[in-house]
Design a protein around this ligand. Sequence first.
Ligand code: ZN
Length: 69
Amino acid sequence: MTPDSPQQPEASLEALEITEAECRRCGTLIAGLDGRYACPVCGWVNHWSEGHGALPAGSDDPDASNRLS
Ligand SMILES: [Zn+2]
């Protein structure tokens, strides 16, 4: 290990697509992931279908059986 070696948390963050947009309700500049946004100021969120990637189905959630029981 050298002091110049890259740190793993930063490397993994670069793999995520972080985008910015204005909140459509209050205009605050907010950051999102893969086209999905949530405004911390007014609580606005964009529609799930505006995300860049497909959402996992409910059956893909390992906790689904716990929630439905
Ligand atoms: Zn807002």
